[in-house]
Design a protein around this ligand. Sequence first.
Ligand SMILES: [Zn+2]
Length: 79
Amino acid sequence: MKNKGICPKCGGEDIRIVEGFYGRYGEGNSFSLGIMGLHSFKKDTYICCDCGFTEEWLAEEDLETVLGSKKAKKRPKEE
Ligand SMILES: [Zn+2]
């Protein structure tokens, strides 16, 4: 959706973007990764205005923080 501008659920093209922000602790764009408590992430939300499907994307600079966290477990490989 972010890359193609098309909803993966319904094929709609009316995609709106709500830009994320770095908020203070406890605001909607935060979640805990066990590093110094709560870490705030910038999450852009992509919304399909045809069916309501939403997608959230972290800022690239936050991905290193995720990679450095023990709480963000690697998805197990399927057999
Ligand atoms: Zn849709």
